[in-house]
Design a protein around this ligand. Structure first.
Ligand code: DC
Length: 223
């Protein structure tokens, strides 16, 4: 999408562990664009549903929750803060239990509708880099730049293992790999907003690339 004011969207999709978040943040920083982590929005909503002990199988209740929840992303001193109903929930949305529960929220059509509307609204205000699963296919199908990042499952599990070990979480590699495989399946097989490469997105396999290598590839395509 690019309007008369030169406003444009960079859409970056891909599975967990493909390097999307780090790369998206850096690309946004280098280009001076707003960075929108759409996964953080689904995570914030999941946190609220868990706190309220909602039935995660009740789509109507979850849709109502999405309609009545205010989610905002703010960049404060270069760090992305996730604000839900005026509360900074950034520190609470990445626990393994919550990560495991997001799939119940992300498969509800009414929830996705609300999130997509919100994401379009943010993207309309200024040029932005949006990362997620359905940005190039559903949220901004007319995005000026579209990328799909992918990597071998072993490499993605290895990256996650390093990340969790650094955060002092003791989970073995095999369990992490099983989890990555399960997440891929639920992301790719849901009925709405499923993870897939937009036909016009540029595919980048990050398996053997450094973060900087991936960032350079994206920037080369954007310039
Ligand atoms: O990118 P992430 O791992 O933080 O995303 C968390 C979950 O949210 C992930 O399981 C898939 C879901 N998600 C989604 O369904 N659509 C998006 N646009 C972004 C994330």
């Amino acid at each position: 999408m690019q309007n008369k004011s030169g406003h444009f969207i960079v859409a970056i999709d891909g599975p967990a562990g493909s390097g999307k978040s780090t790369v998206s943040k850096l690309v946004a920083e280098k280009l001076g664009l707003l960075y929108i982590d759409t996964g953080a929005m689904y995570r914030a909503l999941t946190l609220k549903a868990m706190r309220q002990k909602l039935n995660l199988g009740d789509g109507d209740e979850l849709t109502e929750l999405a309609r009545s929840t205010k989610i905002d992303l703010q960049s404060i001193s270069g760090k992305l803060k996730v604000i839900m109903d005026e509360e900074d929930v950034t520190a609470f949305i990445r626990t393994p239990e919550l990560t495991n529960n997001v799939k119940h929220i992300a498969c509800v059509p009414g929830v996705r509708h609300e999130m997509v509307m919100l994401q379009r609204d943010i993207g309309k205000r200024s040029s932005a880099v949006l990362e997620g699963r359905d940005i190039g296919t559903v949220v901004f199908p007319d995005a000026k730049f579209k990328f799909y990042l992918d990597a071998d499952v072993e490499e993605r599990a290895k990256r996650r293992h390093i990340e969790l070990t650094a955060a002092n979480q003791k989970i073995n590699y095999k369990d992490i790999k099983d989890d990555v495989v399960k997440r891929d399946a639920s992301d790719m097989n849901r009925n709405v907003g499923a993870l897939k490469k937009a036909t016009d997105a540029i595919l980048i396999d990050t398996t053997h690339l450094s973060i900087n290598g991936v960032v350079e590839k994206l920037l080369k395509n954007i310039k």
